[in-house]
Each structure stands twice: as structure tokens, then as C-alpha cells.
Design a protein around this ligand. Structure first.
Ligand code: ZN
Ligand code: ZN
Length: 206
């Protein structure tokens, strides 16, 4: 999952680097280790058909602590400005994204359902680890969190009117001439209804 070349950002697998955190001493549930990164992201990424640029890069912060001897929680905080085309009118759009996600690192094979009450808290995203080292690379979770925070549709503004499907005019600048003539697709429906009404009248006469 963690590459160090990092040339492929076309919706690829990661940010092309590792995000290493040191673990607090085992059995010390009071200790908290914090680390933050300012990640430049010039290539941006394509996700679900949308292109996202990150003009100010990406801020990542991790807060690591043991919940139990073998359960490690990582609070990941991400913040960025994303820029791209408005999904409706294709003009430039920007959005600030930021959120905290809680990851729970557990040893492989641990049944969370039985072994801990944390299973009832579905706010935790579980990650299995093979063994505990002194450090942990959370690059895969940083990438996953980033994709989760991306907007489903980037819009220039919430109520963007989009483009006219007939003439392509930007409807944010006012109605186009199609609107005055009525939608041609609706006029087809009007003809159909007129026909049905005519048939009904004919039946009444019989
Ligand atoms: Zn728009
Ligand atoms: Zn139009």
C-alpha cells in the first residue's frame, strides 16, 4: 500500500509517502503521542470521475494512544481546500474539507464483538495489524480518510442552477431562451396528453 515513488496520483493507492507515528509505551494508557504533517499534493487526484486539486496541500494530524494493552486508537484529523470543476456548471469550485476519524488498530484475529465493548461504538474504524512494532505507518488510513472526506459532488455553490441541457447556457446567469419556449421534452408530453384526452372524448361520444 505504501509506495515511495509516488508518481501516480490518478486515483491511485496512496499519497506516495509514509506517515510514521511512534507508539506510546505499552501498558501506558495515559500517554498520548501527537504528530502532524503538512503534505504538498501538487498532482491532486481523480476520484469517482471527479478531478480534485489541493492548492494548499493537506494538513494531517494524528493522536495516538493505547486503549488497552493491545488496542491502539489513532484519531486522524485531516484538513484541506479542494478545488475542481463544479459538477453542474463546470465553473471553478472550491471547498474546505476537515474532519476527525477514529481508527482502532487491533491484532489480527481479535474478535472485537466479544473481546471489547468498543465494538458497540461503531465510530471506530478497525485496522488489523500483524504485530506491534515501535512505530506504525498510517499512510493507508490517511489516504482512506482523504477519500471519505471528498465531496460526492463538488459544487460552486449549494444552489448552483447548472447548465441548460438543451442549449448549454449557464442558468446561473439567468434563464435561457429554451425556458421561454418551454422545455421541448415537456411539449412532447403535452402532445401525448392532448392525444389521450381526445381519445377519451371520442369514447364518451360512443
Ligand atoms: Zn456551478
Ligand atoms: Zn437553454
Amino acid at each position: 500500500m505504501v509506495g515511495d515513488g509516488g508518481s501516480d496520483h490518478q486515483g491511485g493507492a496512496d499519497l506516495g509517502r509514509s506517515f510514521i507515528v511512534e507508539l506510546p509505551p505499552r501498558r501506558d494508557c495515559e500517554a498520548v503521542v501527537e504528530k502532524s504533517w503538512e503534505q504538498r499534493f501538487p498532482g491532486g487526484l481523480t476520484f469517482e470521475g471527479q478531478r480534485f486539486a489541493f492548492p494548499e496541500g493537506l494538513s494531517v494530524r494524528a493522536e495516538v494512544r493505547w486503549l488497552e494493552e493491545s488496542l491502539l486508537s489513532v484519531r486522524l484529523s485531516l484538513a484541506a481546500r479542494v478545488a475542481g470543476e463544479c459538477a453542474r456548471c463546470l465553473s471553478e469550485a472550491e471547498l474546505a474539507i476537515s474532519d476527525d476519524l477514529m481508527y482502532l488498530y487491533v491484532p489480527c484475529g481479535l474478535d472485537l464483538g466479544k473481546d471489547t465493548e468498543l465494538a458497540s461504538d461503531d465510530g471506530f474504524l478497525p485496522v488489523e495489524v500483524d504485530f506491534w512494532g515501535r512505530t506504525l505507518d498510517i499512510a493507508a488510513q490517511v489516504w482512506e480518510s482523504l477519500l471519505m472526506l471528498l465531496p460526492v459532488k463538488l459544487l460552486c455553490r449549494e444552489d448552483c442552477a447548472g447548465l441548460c441541457p438543451v442549449c448549454g447556457a449557464d442558468l446561473n446567469e439567468g434563464p435561457c431562451s429554451c425556458a421561454q419556449e418551454g422545455d421541448p421534452r415537456l411539449s412532447v408530453l403535452r402532445d401525448v396528453f392532448a392525444g389521450l384526452a381526445g381519445e377519451a372524448e371520442n369514447k364518451n361520444e360512443i
